[in-house]
Ligand binder design. Structure first.
Ligand code: HEM
Ligand code: HEM
Length: 214
């Protein structure tokens, strides 16, 4: 720890000497020992990218439902049930991911990352996990208060709730609002990730990027 802070102090002295520190703190290329060298585990990396990409597809699918199969057309039921089935599979994968996360510590933040950014990242990740849970749950619970229930890849799962339009509308509204919040959080997340990859280059991006076997 002491070695780290000494390295950081030396680094900022160097920046000050170069006359850059006061004008605009330059955080490019921090010294090696202020970088994140530890990586996420292989399972965490696989789950992050598999679920992340699938979620982007499922969100786009959700927003395009009315264009792909407009309401009151014969195609509607099949397309909605495909969205529900994929959503349930994704929900199960998300439970696996959460269980993995709760039993495996993520790599520590690089010491060059300011405390407020660490707090923001922690909050952002928590909010992303919350959206990952609320999306499939609100869809599934809502569907059980409509007369249609769910056809899981053709297998009829009879609704366990009575058809209650107000309850359905509540969960449907939650599904919709959370989807927009999720999109905003993902946009912020990707921008922060790109900043780590291209500007600060502090090892955060590479810690979750799949590495070719050496
Ligand atoms: C739907 C899409 C995505 C979701 C829901 C998502 C979610 C998450 C979550 C929850 C974490 C925290 C992992 C943990 O420590 O528990 C994480 C880490 C990370 N993600 Fe994503 N992610 C998505 C897409 C992306 C994309 C497209 C990129 C790159 C452009 C990216 C880059 C990263 C990076 C660099 C980290 C490591 C951050 C750190 O340890 O501080 N993610 N992601
Ligand atoms: C991670 C999983 C899921 C994601 C990311 C997701 C995403 C979305 C999005 C973005 C929409 C469009 C929102 C709108 O314009 O109102 C939508 C609509 C919908 N979703 Fe999901 N969904 C997921 C899981 C589920 C599940 C598991 C179900 C049911 C079992 C479901 C049922 C529905 C229904 C019925 C609609 C259409 C609502 C309407 O009639 O306008 N979704 N979903």
């Amino acid at each position: 720890m002491q070695v780290r802070s000494r390295a950081l102090r030396a680094w900022s002295d160097e920046q000050a000497l170069a006359g850059r520190a006061r004008a605009a703190p330059d955080t490019t290329n921090p010294p090696l020992d202020a970088m994140r060298t530890e990586r996420y585990g292989r399972v965490a990396i696989a789950l992050h990218w598999l679920i992340g990409l699938a979620l982007l597809g499922q969100i786009a699918f959700g927003f395009l439902l009315d264009d792909i199969a407009p309401r009151n057309t014969p195609a509607r039921a099949g397309v909605i049930n495909l969205h529900k089935s994929l959503g349930i599979v994704l929900g199960l994968l998300i439970v696996v991911r959460l269980a993995w996360r709760l039993t495996h510590r993520p790599p520590a933040w690089p010491s060059s990352m300011p405390a407020w950014q660490q707090r923001a990242a922690r909050l952002g990740h928590l909010a992303l996990y919350a959206c990952m849970l609320v999306m499939p749950l609100s869809g599934y619970i809502g569907s059980n208060f409509s007369k249609y229930g769910v056809k899981l890849f053709g297998l009829t799962l009879h609704p366990w709730g009575p058809p209650l339009p107000s309850v359905y509308a509540f969960f449907n509204g939650l599904h919709d609002v959370t989807a927009w919040l999720f999109v905003a959080l993902i946009a912020g997340h990707v921008m922060a990730a790109l900043k780590h990859a291209l500007v600060t280059r502090d090892g955060v991006f590479s810690s979750i990027w799949p590495k070719a076997p050496s």
